[in-house]
Write a protein that binds this ligand. Sequence first.
Ligand code: SAM
Length: 205
Amino acid sequence: MKLKLPIGERYYDMFIMREMAFLVYPLNVWRRSLVKGFLDFSYELSPRPKKILEVGCGNGFFTRLLSYRFPSSKIFSIDTSQKSIDHAKKRHLSNVSFKKADFFEIVGTFDLIVSLHVFILLDTDRAFLKIKSLLYDDGLAFLTYTNKTPFTELHRRFYNVVVGDRIDFKTPESLIRIAEKHGLEGRIIELNYQEGSFALVLSKL
Ligand SMILES: C[S@@+](CC[C@H](N)C(=O)[O-])C[C@H]1O[C@@H](n2cnc3c(N)ncnc32)[C@H](O)[C@@H]1O
């Protein structure tokens, strides 16, 4: 049975409430280690991308670090939540354009697509086809996911009740299979053990 509390429809606009969760010490530590690992290997694999697309930037927490790490890149950061975009814009990052937009509606071509904990929410087949259409032939996409752990099991239940959407766990193996089906090569990089988070690196075959 699908439950939905009234805040569900506005969940992604309530970024300040979601940020409060990161006051909890282990969540804060996991988030920092995730972001650091993610930025380090993004830089290692793609040190000079001209155009970067960030999908689901939220309040711009990660965008700020991305902007500092890639100061010569032009970064396009999108989110479907207008409130998050309004807040992110206040960060005044000179090489970033923030826009309220749905990933599936984006047109253009990018050297690097990055996204932190967003693709777990999207239909994988549709999302990978879209990624393929947005990447240059030598472009890369780095997407983070979370796998099954006691912590993420709890989080899924909370999400199901509060937001009303069901999130199925996506295993690294299943994501690599779906990527191959759509002409993409997938590689996995482990990021955080407790949260079961990992990054999927996609490139065109
Ligand atoms: C779990 S939050 C992650 C936010 C941010 N990446 C972070 O790590 O703090 C997911 C974000 O993705 C956005 N989102 C969900 N579906 C989207 C879509 N189709 N296109 C763009 N943004 C989307 C939501 O509005 C929300 O801000």
